[in-house]
Design a protein around this ligand. Sequence first.
Ligand code: MN
Length: 297
Amino acid sequence: MTTSTPKTVLGTVRPGSTHMVGDGFHVRNLFPSNRLGEAISPFLLFDYAGPTQYGPRDPEREGPRGVGEHPHRGFETVTIVYQGRVAHRDSAGNAGVIGPGDVQWMTAAAGIVHEEFHDPEFTRSGGVLQMVQLWVNLPAKHKLSQPKYQAITADAIPRVELAGGTGLVRVIAGEHAGARGPASTFTPLDVWDVRLAQGAQLGFDVPAGRTAAVVVLEGAIAVNGSEPVGDAELALLSREGTRVALRAAQDSTLLFLSGEPLGEPVVQHGPFVMNTGAEIHQAIQDYQQGRMGRLDA
Ligand code: MN
């Protein structure tokens, strides 16, 4: 019998940037603003929007809050909604509303154009918006794959309950305690939405060699014996070792992320993430010439 080796906490970061995305998403960015670079591969971006209270507004007269038509190429966007409702539509003809507990896993790959707004009903009533948008890089050989879209509703996400009702793991992608997440991914990944009550502990092993991070949205979590990691903070773990042990110092909501590092060059220009400058140049041309499609008026 072998004993698993704990991963080491390499460091903890706070948001490196706080800004508005359009007029609908007040975000705290954990990366790339903290320049974690290859250490966080295959993940590219983590924006934590809210929780922000929005007043009621007439979506017909004043328009919905959010971000209008914009492109993406070379990666996937994963939108996880905790509170509020986000409506989107894209140039591939997909449209829908992401509500509390739902996840949208959009593979931009070769290119997509989309918009992301507060849902009209939520705009009209106002309320609290709390969501995460995570960007997952694609390996070079899949960057120009066909765009794809997975609307993952809350009821499709398996829930692993901790003994005594002290916690819950919703497996969005990857596997935990025999439960497999519904998201289809291009490389092995874990994305788990975890809730732990104060004092609860959760231990698990991650496949060897993976990037791993614990992002606390609300609460306080000790990671492998660390000082508690607080609201909107990320603990980056070593690739060495496999064991992760979480202990909640307060009632907490966190995301656990893990993935195989891609080990390929990353060249980003706004909404395009490719491997070379020439590919970025091509992406800009393709977008401008309408080769990523357009939204219907
Ligand atoms: Mn977008």
